[in-house]
Each structure stands twice: as structure tokens, then as C-alpha cells.
Design a protein around this ligand. Structure first.
Ligand code: SAH
Length: 272
């Protein structure tokens, strides 16, 4: 039976593609993806059938991939990062659903996880995702802007570390400016912010700044913006969001603080 692999290839560098993703690409007869991602894996796909398409042809590309796999081919459809995160994975299921595909029908489908931009970007600035975080895409191409604003507001007021995807493009700068204004209603101007462009790719650029100054820098389509929570701090150039061990333990000795019991919920009465 034909097979459809939906493969996340990670942020860019070869060493961040998982062995499972490499094996799926290796097994494929046909590889489908954006030109940029095809370039990232060009050595792996030499000699294979390839379909490269631009940004606006996703639906046609997804249908074609399903057709080819239903006809017996092994097809790998590749997205950067994780294919399920603002990637092609959901679209594949939507195409299958539209066709009335059921478990056991051809093609067999398998999603191969990849390292997301959020994970990759976080690693370049320290440990900003140590506590609750969320991702929000600022692209209003498929989502109404008022819903995006509501989500930014909710994330900011609930003190999530926020990763902003698709923060801006050449024509579109208004959204990131608005996002900064909304978050600033809830967080200090000195809150750490990192702007990571092209993580683990040739033109990688990392800027560490703060909430007040973040929009003074270039932010584009290849940037992920990481905004710290009220707990996030900078330490020796690293952005750190503590898990809260210090509430419960003395970090030098490793013993529980007075009034705290390991394995039990945090006792908030004794916190200073
Ligand atoms: N599926 C991808 C996300 C695609 S959405 C994933 O899981 O990571 C595209 C957005 O992701 C970009 O606008 C940018 O905000 C972010 N992005 C993708 N790759 C990146 C990289 N290497 N460095 C920084 N940001 C990246």
C-alpha cells in the first residue's frame, strides 16, 4: 500500500533532523515541499522525484501528495520545524477527510515529529521555556486579527511565556507593534525578549532585548519572537524562566524549605 509521510525536518541544520525523518525521506519515491525546505535537504533527495511549490499552492500540493500515495507511491511531504505546527500535517488530514478516507484505506499516513522553531530558538538564548508557554501566529492570512489580539491578551494576562510565529513580513509590521502594546499592558518594560532569525540556518541572527525596545529591531518572516513571563530573567546573557524550584527547595543543599514537602502541592502560605 502507498504511504504518506508527513515529515518535520527541524529548523534547518542537518544535525537537527531526526533519524526517523531521515529514514522517511530516504524511503520516499516522491518528496513534496516548499523550495526553501527542499534546499535544506537537497543532499538527501538527490535522484528522487520532487515537487517544489510556492507558498500559495498548499492545497493543490496536498491533494497531489494524497493521490500519488493512494496510487501506491511512498510520498514524503516536508515542512520545516514540526509538520503539525503551522505546517502541512493538518491540511493532509483535511484532504483525507474530504475524500471520506477511513482507517485501513490507502494511503497509510504517518506523521514524523520535528524540532519546532520555538524549541530551536529557545535553545539559542538559554532556557526561556522552563515554565508554561504558548505560541501565537501573528499571520492574519487565515485567522481574523481580532481573534489573534484576544489570544495575545489572554496569554499576556495569564503570564505565559509567549512565542510569536510569523511576526511580520515586508508589508506587514502593524501586528508586531500591536502585540508589543498589548503585552506591555501586563508586563514590565524590562521583560526579556529575544528575536531569533533563521535559527540553525546560514543567516542566523539572535538579538536579546526587552519589551520596551523590541520593535526598534528588524523583525521579519524568518524571525521568532520570544517574550518572557514576569518570572523570566537574564543571567550572564542567557534568558531563563525558572520552574520554581527555589520556592520549594534550598538550591544549595537540595533540602525542602520550611513548610514545604517534596511530592506535595506547593504551600503558598510560607512564600515570601
Ligand atoms: N512548522 C514550523 C513553523 C512554520 S510557521 C515549526 O514547527 O517551527 C513559519 C514561522 O516559523 C516563521 O515565520 C518564523 O516565525 C518561524 N520559524 C520557522 N523556522 C525558523 C527558524 N529556523 N528560525 C526562526 N524562526 C523560524
Amino acid at each position: 500500500m502507498g504511504k504518506l509521510y508527513v515529515v518535520g525536518i527541524g529548523p534547518g541544520a542537518h544535525e537537527h533532523i531526526s533519524p526517523a525523518a531521515l529514514a522517511a525521506i530516504e524511503e520516499a519515491d516522491l518528496v513534496v515541499g516548499y523550495q526553501t525546505y527542499m534546499l535544506l535537504v537537497r543532499k538527501l533527495i538527490k535522484g528522487k522525484d520532487k515537487v517544489q511549490t510556492g507558498m500559495t499552492e498548499e492545497i493543490g500540493r496536498a491533494r497531489m501528495a494524497v493521490d500519488e500515495a493512494a496510487n501506491g507511491k511512498v510520498v514524503a511531504i516536508i515542512s520545516s520545524g514540526d509538520a503539525g505546527v503551522y505546517g502541512m500535517a493538518t491540511l493532509m488530514f483535511e484532504v483525507l477527510k474530504e475524500r471520506g478516507w477511513q482507517q485501513g484505506d490507502a494511503p497509510d499516513i504517518q506523521v514524523i515529529p520535528g524540532m519546532t522553531a520555538l524549541n530551536a530558538c529557545a535553545s539559542l538564548v538559554g532556557a526561556p521555556l522552563g515554565h508554561d508557554s504558548c505560541m501565537i501566529s501573528l499571520s492574519d492570512l487565515l485567522t481574523p486579527w481580532d481573534i489573534i489580539e484576544r489570544r495575545i491578551e489572554a496569554a499576556a494576562s495569564s503570564d505565559f511565556v509567549i512565542g510569536l510565529y510569523n511576526p511580520a513580513s515586508g508589508r506587514r509590521q502593524r501586528q508586531i507593534v500591536r502585540a508589543q502594546q498589548i503585552v506591555s499592558q501586563y508586563r514590565d518594560p524590562t521583560t526579556p525578549v529575544a528575536l531569533i532569525k533563521s535559527a540553525y540556518r546560514h543567516r542566523q541572527k539572535v538579538v536579546k532585548t526587552d519589551l520596551e525596545h523590541m520593535i526598534d529591531y528588524e523583525i521579519g518572516m524568518l524571525t521568532t519572537v520570544l517574550i518572557g513571563s514576569t518570572q523570566t530573567y537574564m543571567y550572564e546573557g542567557y534568558m531563563v524562566t525558572p520552574r520554581g524550584y527555589h520556592h520549594k527547595y534550598d538550591l544549595e543543599s537540595g533540602t525542602a524549605n520550611p513548610g514545604q514537602r517534596p511530592g506535595f502541592g506547593l504551600n503558598t502560605e510560607t512564600l515570601s
